[in-house]
Write a protein that binds this ligand. Structure first.
Ligand code: G4P
Ligand code: NA
Ligand code: NA
Length: 194
């Protein structure tokens, strides 16, 4: 998605070989018009699926997911991050280990807001190690929902998340695919390094 890649080129800050900061439009301040275009792109890429709900994770997945939901006219559910699994009544939960933060968090969705009659699109802002997306896939499977696929705003293709999702047999659509963040440079998949 060229509009998104241009925004990353203009405003993305390479913090290290592994981390891209996009606080000016996705992770802190939000660019609603860009989010709307992102929503349209997700809807276009999954137009062959009869999506009934969108599932994301708080907090940074909510903006792009809501835009897609608005266009499709379907509800958007955000998995909540919880510290403990002591109150599991009426919830589907999954453990998500963050390699970045070196801690495990439980994410959960109420049984009221996902069912075996749903076809769900799973959306998140970043795909790195894939643990958050795998957690969403786990929850969708617990609910018996059909998984249309995973939609990601920015995939770091040099990290293992993409392969893990495809290994689950789940379709993955990433709107910006980062090949590398070496030498302080953003390099997209399919672009020459210079
Ligand atoms: P994983 O889910 O793919 O395994 O990723 P990981 O645990 O490494 O990611 C932890 C948090 O860091 C997630 O946000 C994720 O979206 C974010 N993240 C991962 N790589 C990058 C990156 O290169 N740049 C930026 N800006 N964020 C990255 P979170 O803690 O769930 O926070 P929230 O923003 O959704 O509230
Ligand atoms: Na996220
Ligand atoms: Na994030």
């Amino acid at each position: 998605m060229e509009l998104l890649k241009n925004k990353i080129r203009q405003e993305g800050k390479v913090l290290s070989e592994e981390v891209l900061k996009v606080d000016s439009f996705l992770n802190h301040q939000i660019d609603p018009l860009l989010m709307q275009e992102i929503g349209k792109e997700f809807v276009k890429r999954f137009s062959d699926q009869n999506i009934t709900r969108i599932i994301t994770i708080e907090s940074s997945g909510i903006a792009p997911a809501t835009m897609a939901g608005m266009i499709l006219g379907v509800p958007v559910v955000f998995a909540r991050k919880r510290k403990s699994l002591t109150l599991t009544d009426h919830l589907y939960s999954a453990k998500v280990y963050s390699f970045t933060k070196k801690e495990s968090n439980d994410i959960s969705v109420s049984k009221d807001f996902i069912s075996n009659e749903d076809t769900v699109l799973l959306i998140d802002d970043f795909l790195a190690n894939g643990q958050a997306a795998l957690g969403l896939i786990d929850i969708a499977k617990q609910a018996g929902a059909t998984i249309a696929g995973v939609g990601i705003v920015i995939e770091k293709c040099f990290q293992p998340g993409g392969d893990l999702i495809r290994k689950e047999g789940v379709r993955l659509e990433s709107l910006a695919e980062l090949q590398s963040l070496k030498n302080g440079q953003v390099q997209f998949v399919g672009e020459e390094n210079n």
